[in-house]
Design a protein around this ligand. Structure first.
Ligand SMILES: Nc1ncnc2c1ncn2[C@@H]1O[C@H](COP(=O)(O)OP(=O)(O)OP(=O)(O)O)[C@@H](O)[C@H]1O
Ligand code: SF4
Ligand SMILES: [Mg+2]
Length: 347
């Protein structure tokens, strides 16, 4: 490609949320930076993430392994393994309150009732030594439910997540349940207190495709019934296609494209997004390939050189890309992309 560059629009101020007029965002990340402490000082892994999530909105965070998805969502509830990972960034607000500066006690109230998380590995949030009922009931009691109300709510949520033999599941220890059942139990536990935001970090990776689809449909149904907002973190752009309103594509510790889902699929504005879409040859989930089949490997975000981090893999790079990292630029239609070259100029 020649050296001609046209950057559409001005760099975007960190207005990276839902459409104007929708009121205060429920969750608002501003310049979130996350570092890893080493003997030589802190190196940045997440390098300035701005993201708003409106009440009831569903947002997908997509990217290859190591792009910083998990660290970004863990930072919201201050769950980073500190040390060696530390939050350097500016602001994380939930319903107007600054979470990064909140006392541990106040944050404990936000965890569960305000924001619930479902982790990559069910065993991260389930205690292997306690029966399912004990774990859910204890969570509810910690949030002020009486014993009787907690027992009733436990049964209700297990039914809601589509578990049929609820009595057996209630009595079971985690190791007595299948992977799909454990995911449902985790989602039941996360939803039990009635959170306003559910953050799900690849809860389906370890499951077969049929169960993945069932879990996705389940969360979609529950979301519709409650008006809860959802952040869905995944490697698989195909997975979020059906589920979310907007998609944030992460690469090397930054959001490189943020767009309404339909727009992202019909007119990707970052070459990386286009490559991700190209790696989804089948609409049929059973034939979906993982994103990592894009040529080249993602860089270590803490060891970046000058210029655009995607340049070594980018088919449309121009000279400027070697010296400058592009900011998020407005591409119209609610889409923003961190790329110097407009899609119209891509070969
Ligand atoms: N506890 C840790 N100590 C050192 N480095 C870490 C730690 N946790 C994460 N990292 C590094 O931070 C980077 C981002 O990690 P993160 O887990 O956020 O990626 P991810 O996008 O969630 O990847 P995946 O899709 O594999 O879950 C990776 O390069 C990873 O090696
Ligand atoms: S993705 Fe990066 S390297 Fe490729 S054209 Fe855009 S700015 Fe340049
Ligand atoms: Mg992860």
């Amino acid at each position: 490609m020649s050296g001609q560059v046209r950057a559409a629009g001005a760099p975007v101020a960190p207005d990276v949320g839902a459409a104007p007029g929708e009121g205060r965002p429920l969750l608002s990340l501003r310049s979130v930076r996350i570092g890893i402490r080493t003997r030589k000082g802190a190196r940045e892994i997440v390098r300035g993430v701005d993201l708003d999530v409106a009440p009831g909105e569903k947002v997908g965070i997509v990217g290859e392994s190591g792009s910083g998805k998990t660290l970004t969502v863990l930072s919201v509830l201050r769950l980073l393994p500190d040390p060696p990972i530390e939050l350097l960034g500016e602001s994380i607000r939930f319903d107007g309150d600054e979470l990064s500066k909140m006392s541990e006690k106040a944050l404990e109230r936000v965890r569960g009732a305000g924001i619930a998380m479902v982790y990559q590995d069910p065993m991260t949030s389930l205690n292997p030594l306690l029966r399912v009922r004990t774990q859910i009931v204890e969570t509810l009691e910690a949030h002020g439910f009486s014993r009787d109300a907690a027992l009733a709510r436990c049964r209700e949520v297990l039914l809601q997540v589509g578990l049929s033999d609820v009595e057996r599941v209630e009595r079971a220890f985690p190791h007595e349940l299948s992977g799909g059942m454990l995911q449902r139990v985790m989602i039941a536990m996360a939803l039990s207190v009635g959170p306003r935001l559910l953050i799900a970090d690849e809860p389906t990776t370890a499951l077969d495709v049929t169960i993945q689809q069932q879990i996705l449909e389940l969360v979609e149904d529950l979301q519709r019934g409650t008006g809860m907002a959802v952040i869905w973190v995944t490697h698989d752009l195909g997975v979020v296609a059906r589920l979310v309103d907007r998609v944030a594509v992460m690469y090397a510790g930054r959001i490189v494209e943020l767009a309404p889902t339909r727009r992202l699929f019909s007119r990707p504005s970052h070459p990386y997004t286009r490559a991700l879409l190209g790696s989804l040859p089948h609409r049929d989930a059973a034939h979906r390939r993982p994103l990592t089949q894009i040529g080249g490997t993602p860089p270590d975000p803490s060891r970046l050189g000058a210029g655009c981090p995607f340049r070594p893999r980018c088919p449309v790079a121009v000279e400027r890309c070697a010296v400058e990292e592009p900011p998020l630029l407005d591409r119209g239609g609610g889409s923003r992309a961190a790329c110097f070259v407009e899609p119209e100029l891509w070969p």
